[in-house]
Design a protein around this ligand. Structure first.
Ligand code: GLP
Length: 252
């Protein structure tokens, strides 16, 4: 895993947008894997700015989002469908039909997940996957557990994730307890992966990822260490507990 440590959240967001820009300019048919959460918002703002300045054209691009809460409609302000429209899609020229976010209202999430993976495959696979990380090391909604999903489909959320994500909801009881998520296999098939992390709240997960020199399903992000083109871009706070001597990675 390559590692880029930045001075600030802004710099992390700009560096990430620089890589997306470089890849999009080289391939206007790019298939992007997109994430929700507060982490990528700065990156999305950068992409919007660069689009409005005429630098970035998304008209031939496609995107696939990682996950959605089960039970929330696309119109629900807490849904990831809503988040993506609000934070990115409404402000760039990615055609609606090219922007895919899992449907939280599917009545058969297992089969739905299979068709989502099929659609990704038919689109040529994800060229560049953006990921955040949960405080517990989850990626997308693949929560620490003895076994992780390989394909896309339903998962049950952990208490910690429900607690962490309750800040976006009016109350904790309104946070859905399950989600449809891209599985670890679906994520690992991306040609290139950028894992973003910022702030002290992620320092423990990043330290575990880089210091333990182990791969474990109890830290789902650790599977990314096996990917041939994964880069961690994090600010110095998220990196603050890493013991550089023990680090299983290379600093860029
Ligand atoms: C959610 C999402 C993840 C995201 C994580 C971190 O649980 N399913 O994809 O990485 O939150 O969120 P934040 O960026 O707000 O810390």
């Amino acid at each position: 895993m390559k590692i880029i440590v930045t001075e600030s959240y802004e710099e992390m967001s700009k560096k990430t947008a620089d890589i997306i820009e470089e890849e999009l300019l080289a391939n206007d048919n790019i298939v992007l894997g997109l994430a929700t959460g507060s982490t990528p918002i700065g990156t999305y703002n950068e992409l919007i700015r660069r689009h409005l300045e005429g630098i970035l054209d998304f008209s031939n691009a496609k995107s696939f989002n990682l996950d959605e809460y089960i039970g929330l409609s696309a119109e629900d302000v807490n849904s990831y469908n809503y988040f993506m429209k609000d934070k990115l899609f409404d402000h760039i020229n990615l055609p609606n039909e090219n922007a895919h976010v899992p449907d939280g209202l599917t009545d058969d999430p297992e089969n739905y997940g299979d068709s989502y993976d099929k659609l990704i495959k038919e689109s040529g696979g994800i060229d560049l996957q953006i990921l955040g990380i949960g405080a517990n090391g989850h990626i997308a909604f693949n929560e620490p557990a003895e076994e992780l999903r390989y394909t896309t489909g339903p998962v049950v959320l952990t208490e910690q994730t429900i607690e962490d994500n309750s800040r976006f909801f009016e109350s904790k009881d309104l946070v859905p307890t399950s989600a449809v998520t891209m599985g670890m296999g679906s994520i690992m098939k991306a040609k290139r992966i950028l894992l973003l992390a910022n702030g002290l709240g992620k320092a423990d997960a990043i330290a575990q990822l880089l210091n333990s020199k182990k791969i474990t399903t109890f830290l789902p992000a650790s599977l990314l260490l096996l990917h041939s083109d994964a880069t961690l871009i994090c600010d110095k706070e998220a990196f603050s507990q890493v013991n550089i001597e023990d680090m299983a990675g290379e600093l860029a």
